[in-house]
Design a protein around this ligand. Structure first.
Ligand SMILES: [Zn+2]
Length: 294
């Protein structure tokens, strides 16, 4: 059993967020410095938080090690911190994280045909629930780009016009047939953020329609670069989890460069990495206050 028996499940925290019109922050890490930065921020505000590791991030950190680190915080501090296998592109890699004890997993079939995406997502749901009935499985419908970085332009293949966004009827069919707990739609969002500016506006009307049609909590990916007003409206209309990655990557790198340049003779990593932890913490603190109406 991974939870203390009296701690709510991740699903219950999401249900609370839905009811309160708040959102749970989901932040990606590649290492333990990032994890501490996020945990310190969440803990000081006393709000639940989700740690994300996509395939590249968890290959670097270690799949089982990532789970062990997050669960060690949950147990030691009796704290609602959860781990999600972000963007997972095959059934085999979904199986790997389910077996390793993740709290949630995303099968990302957004670049497959609707039928193929539906088929593999269903296979993932069936396997995951058999191994761990509490695990949450998220599906993706609609293409939102792939890389969390600073962009000069909207990523290739991402279309922001009405007919390229996730269709509410298709979303309803997808959720019904796959049995996913959560859905990540394309609603004007994309991974990464535009250099020097704010990302284009989200389509709030579409979020509302998808939420009403699917009746599952929606997950907003690519939250870096979106405005506070957009988040507020998205959360009020069905988004219960918001993913932030690029902004904390940028903060981490800036903090690291500062740590190195301020003390060029320092060789102790725990000293020159401190500004990186602090930089991540500051960004996460700001986002969490906003997502939780604090
Ligand atoms: Zn994402």
């Amino acid at each position: 059993m991974c939870y203390n028996s009296y701690m709510k499940t991740l699903y219950q925290y999401i249900a609370d967020a839905q009811k309160n019109k708040t959102a749970i922050g989901h932040f990606n890490v590649s290492n333990i410095e990032g994890l501490w930065g996020i945990f310190h921020a969440a803990q000081s505000l006393n709000v639940p938080v989700i740690i994300g590791v996509a395939e590249g991030e968890r290959d670097f950190l270690g799949v089982r090690q990532a789970v062990a680190l997050v669960k060690s915080l949950r147990e030691e501090f009796d704290y609602p911190i959860f781990i999600n296998a972000d963007h997972t592109h095959s059934f085999d890699r979904v199986k790997e994280v389910v077996d390793a004890g993740f709290d949630a997993v995303i099968f990302d079939g957004a670049d497959l045909s609707f039928e193929e995406n539906l088929k593999i997502t269903k296979q993932c749901v069936d396997y995951a629930k058999k191994i761990n009935p509490d695990i949450l499985v998220e599906g993706e419908l609609g293409f939102i780009g792939t890389s969390s970085k600073v962009l000069d332009d909207i990523p290739e293949g991402v279309e922001l016009d009405e007919k390229s966004l996730t269709n509410p009827e298709k979303a309803e069919e997808f959720v019904k047939k796959t049995g996913v707990d959560l859905l990540a739609p394309a609603v004007g969002n994309f991974h990464g953020m535009l250099r020097g500016g704010v990302d284009p506006k989200l389509n709030i009307e579409r979020i509302k329609k998808i939420s009403e049609a699917t009746k599952v909590p929606l997950v907003l990916h690519g939250g870096s670069g979106n405005s506070e007003d957009d988040f507020k409206q998205a959360i009020a209309n069905g988004v219960s989890i918001v993913h932030i990655n690029t902004e904390i990557r940028v903060a981490y790198k800036k903090g690291l460069m500062l740590g190195l340049s301020e003390n060029p003779d320092e060789v102790a990593p725990y000293k020159f990495l401190k500004p990186a932890v602090k930089a991540v913490q500051e960004v996460v603190d700001k986002k969490l206050r906003f997502f939780n109406n604090l």
